[in-house]
Every structure is written in C-alpha cells, then in structure tokens.
Design a protein around this ligand. Structure first.
Ligand SMILES: C[S@@+](CC[C@H](N)C(=O)[O-])C[C@H]1O[C@@H](n2cnc3c(N)ncnc32)[C@H](O)[C@@H]1O
Length: 224
C-alpha cells in the first residue's frame, strides 16, 4: 500500500491504533507476538521497528529494550510518533522518516529487527542486522514471500506458526471502523458508502453476532 494511504489514515484517525470495540475468542496472535517480543528484547536489546506507524507499540516495547529505532515512510505517522515520544518520559527510542529499502544505519547495528505488519522490503537492508541476530515478525498473509525472503537471505532456524481466533463486534459502526483501517479499503464510515457497509454486515453476520476471523503468522529466524 502506498504512503499516501498511510498519511491519510494518520491524519484522519491520529495513527494506527485500534479505534473500535471488539472481543476476541481465545488468545490472539497479536498478544502472543507482544509477549514473545518482550522476552526477546531482554536478550536482543538493540532493536529496529520496521514500519513503526505512529509509534505507540514501539514506545510500549521501549520498557523492555536498551534502544529501539522505529522508522516509517509515512511522514504523518512519524510526526505522530514524535509527538507521543515528546509526551512520554521515554529516552531510549528514536523515530525516523525512512523507506525500508534505504536505511542510513551501519552494517550489523541491530540485535533484532522486528516487523509488526510492516514492509517486507526490509530484507533489502538486512545488512543492518548483526550476524547471529534475529528477525521476528507478525503478518496477516504473504507467507510465501516471507519464507522465500528468509531462505534466499540465508536465515536459519526458521519458525513460522499460525494463530486463529474469532473477533466479535457489537455494532455495525465498530465493524466499519475495523474494515476502514485495512490498507487500501474505502471509508465505511462515510455515509456515501452505506451500501458497501450493508454488504459487509451481511457477509460477517453469524448467529453469535458480527464475527470476523483473525489469522496471523508469527515468524522468527536467525541471521548466519
Ligand atoms: C499495518 S501498519 C503497522 C504499523 C505498526 N507496525 C503497528 O503495528 O501498529 C504498516 C506500516 O508500515 C509502513 N510502511 C509500509 N511500507 C513501508 C516502507 N516501504 N518503508 C517504511 N514504512 C513502510 C506504513 O506507513 C504503516 O505505518
């Protein structure tokens, strides 16, 4: 998805945070990723956050790391991230407006590169990860691309796990907020898009309410 779309989301919604009410059945892959990352940061304390968005997750992880650099190609996301950083007491995080394909960091600077639904073009700059360092990600799809990048870039001990839960929304507006945030989607909250929202409601209506399945892949590998 192009940077204009992410700039628009940052300006319209103030970043990439969840802005809908929902309940998940079971443990979400997103929560598992967060818990595993906290543990990894203790052992791999110099971290790169790939496509950090408006930085709220980076700042949450800062408490577990020595230093985290977050970057994003959306200038509006980085403006929000720097605003959140200024408002916090956190001193071990820096945010930069950068494209994943062209990073200004030295070879082997980072112990860990993590990627929470961010760009896979980070593999073009994998030189910034230390030998013996770890790459750790969570994505919704693109599994073949991830496997291929890991193999062709010489990673070893590759682990990929799939997590599935159901997410329940109590109102149509919450469902609209959720789908509006998916990269490339239309604004389902806009009254002119009511027919499309009606189609969504019909598609996801179950006898237990409005339900959307959540599938996540958590992947991890080591650089030689
Ligand atoms: C789905 S959002 C995830 C944001 C954040 N990681 C989070 O978990 O909240 C993807 C982010 O990656 C950024 N992004 C996409 N392609 C990029 C690229 N080539 N270089 C840098 N950032 C990119 C987008 O601007 C967006 O903020």
């Amino acid at each position: 998805m192009g940077m204009d779309w992410y700039n628009m989301i940052a300006m319209k919604l103030g970043g990439y945070s969840k802005n809908w009410e929902s309940v998940k059945e079971g443990i979400s892959g997103e929560d598992i990723f967060e818990e595993q990352l906290k543990e990894l940061l203790k052992k791999y304390p110099i971290a790169l956050d790939t496509g950090c968005g408006h930085g709220n997750f980076t700042l949450k992880m800062a408490h577990f790391a020595e230093n985290i650099i977050g970057f994003d190609f959306s200038i509006e996301m980085i403006k929000k991230a720097n605003q959140l950083l200024e408002e916090s007491q956190i001193t071990n995080v820096q945010f930069y407006h950068l494209h994943a394909k062209n990073l200004p960091f030295q070879d082997e600077h980072f112990d860990i590169i993590y990627n929470r639904r961010g760009p896979l073009s980070i593999f073009r700059e994998i030189r910034v990860l230390k030998n013996g360092g770890i790459i750790f990600g969570i994505h919704i799809g693109a599994l073949d691309e991830i496997k291929n990048e890991l193999k062709t870039n010489g990673f070893h001990s590759i682990e990929i796990n799939e997590y599935n839960v159901n997410e329940y929304f109590s109102t149509e507006e919450d469902l609209a907020r959720f789908f509006t945030r998916i990269p490339g989607n239309i604004d389902y909250l806009d009254s002119k898009n009511q027919p499309q929202l009606k189609n969504l409601v019909e598609a996801y209506q179950t006898n237990k309410g409005l339900m959307v399945p959540e599938k996540r892949f958590i992947w991890k590998a080591f650089k030689k």
